[in-house]
Ligand binder design. Structure first.
Ligand code: OOG
Ligand code: MG
Length: 263
C-alpha cells in the first residue's frame, strides 16, 4: 500500500468520484480497505450519489447489475446488486457517445421499465412488480468501471455505483400487458454484425423478477422505486468494448431498436 488513506465512506466516495472525473482507473478499494463490507459499500454508493445531487444532478431511477449469468460469469461475481441512476448518466437518442469522456467503456443491451406505481419491498413478487410498470423499452447501458481492467469484488463494484456511465432508452413505449418478456429476444450488433443474442429470461428468469429483486433489495436500506422512475434490469449479454467509430445496436423482437454511435 503506497497511499495509507484514512478510509471511510466519505473518502471512498471522493476517490471514486475523482476517478470518474479524471478518467483514471485505480485498484480495488477493498485491497486498501478490507473493512469495506457490503452494507458499507452501499453507504459509499449513497454518499457518491448525494455528492452528485449536491452538484446539481437528479435521481431518475434505479439499475440492477449482474442479474444475468453472462454478466456474472464475466465479472466472477454471482450476486446481483442495485445502483442509482441520475440524469447525469442519461444520454438522449442520437447524441454520440464521446469516448474521451470515459476510461474503458463497454456497452450492454438491457430491458428497461418506466414505473407507474410506487414499488416498495419486502415481499414484492414478479406479478406485483409488473403491475407497477407503466411501459417497457429497449435500452443500452454504457458501463465504465473506475477499477483497472474491471477487476473488483462485489463491495467494490457496489461502491462504484455498479460501473454506471451512460444509458440510452428507446422512445417507443410498449405496454407490459401485451408482452411475454421472458421470450423477448435481443440481438446486439456492432457495425451491422450481430455479436451476441439473448432473451429476457437471461435476467433472473424474467425481467419482472429482476424488478422485484430490486424493490426487495432497496427495502433493506429503506428505499423504494418511485412512480416515473426508470429501471434498468441488467445486461442481457456480456458487455462489449467500444471503439471510435463503432455503431452499436440492440434490436429487440417487440420493443424495437436502440443504437449508439461512438466518436
Ligand atoms: C458492473 C455493472 C453491471 C449489469 O447490467 O450487469 C451492470 C460491471 O459489469 O462492471 O450494469
Ligand atoms: Mg447494466
Amino acid at each position: 500500500m503506497t497511499d495509507a488513506k484514512n478510509w471511510d465512506v466519505d473518502t471512498a466516495a471522493d476517490v471514486l468520484l475523482a476517478a470518474e472525473k479524471q478518467r483514471r482507473d485505480r485498484g480495488p478499494i477493498t485491497a486498501e480497505w478490507p473493512g469495506l463490507d457490503l452494507p458499507t459499500a452501499y453507504q459509499v454508493q449513497r454518499q457518491l450519489i448525494d455528492k452528485k445531487i449536491a452538484a446539481g444532478e437528479t435521481v431518475i431511477g434505479v439499475k440492477l447489475g449482474l442479474t444475468s449469468r453472462a454478466k456474472q460469469e464475466r465479472m466472477g461475481i454471482d450476486s446481483p446488486l442495485t445502483a442509482v441512476l441520475t440524469d447525469g448518466y442519461r444520454l438522449e437518442a442520437d447524441v454520440p457517445l464521446r469516448l474521451d469522456e470515459f476510461i474503458h467503456p463497454r456497452v450492454e443491451p438491457e430491458i428497461v421499465f418506466v414505473m407507474r406505481k410506487r414499488l416498495e419491498g419486502p415481499g414484492v413478487t414478479a406479478a406485483t412488480a409488473l403491475d407497477a410498470v407503466e411501459s417497457v423499452h429497449a435500452g443500452l447501458e454504457v458501463i465504465d468501471s473506475r477499477y483497472i481492467d474491471f477487476k473488483f469484488t462485489l463491495a467494490d463494484v457496489v461502491a462504484d455505483n455498479a460501473s454506471s456511465a451512460r444509458f440510452v432508452v428507446s422512445a417507443t413505449a410498449v405496454s407490459p400487458k401485451s408482452l411475454d418478456l421472458a421470450l423477448e429476444a435481443c440481438a446486439l450488433s456492432i457495425n451491422g454484425t450481430v455479436i451476441d443474442t439473448a432473451t429476457g429470461a437471461a435476467v433472473q428468469g424474467h425481467p419482472a423478477e429482476a424488478l422485484a429483486l430490486a424493490a426487495n433489495d432497496l427495502a433493506q436500506r429503506g428505499e423504494a422505486i418511485e412512480p416515473g422512475q426508470i429501471v434498468l434490469t441488467g445486461g442481457l449479454t456480456d458487455a462489449v468494448f467500444v471503439h471510435r467509430g463503432d455503431q452499436i445496436g440492440a434490436k429487440f423482437s417487440t420493443l424495437g431498436s436502440v443504437s449508439l454511435t461512438a466518436v
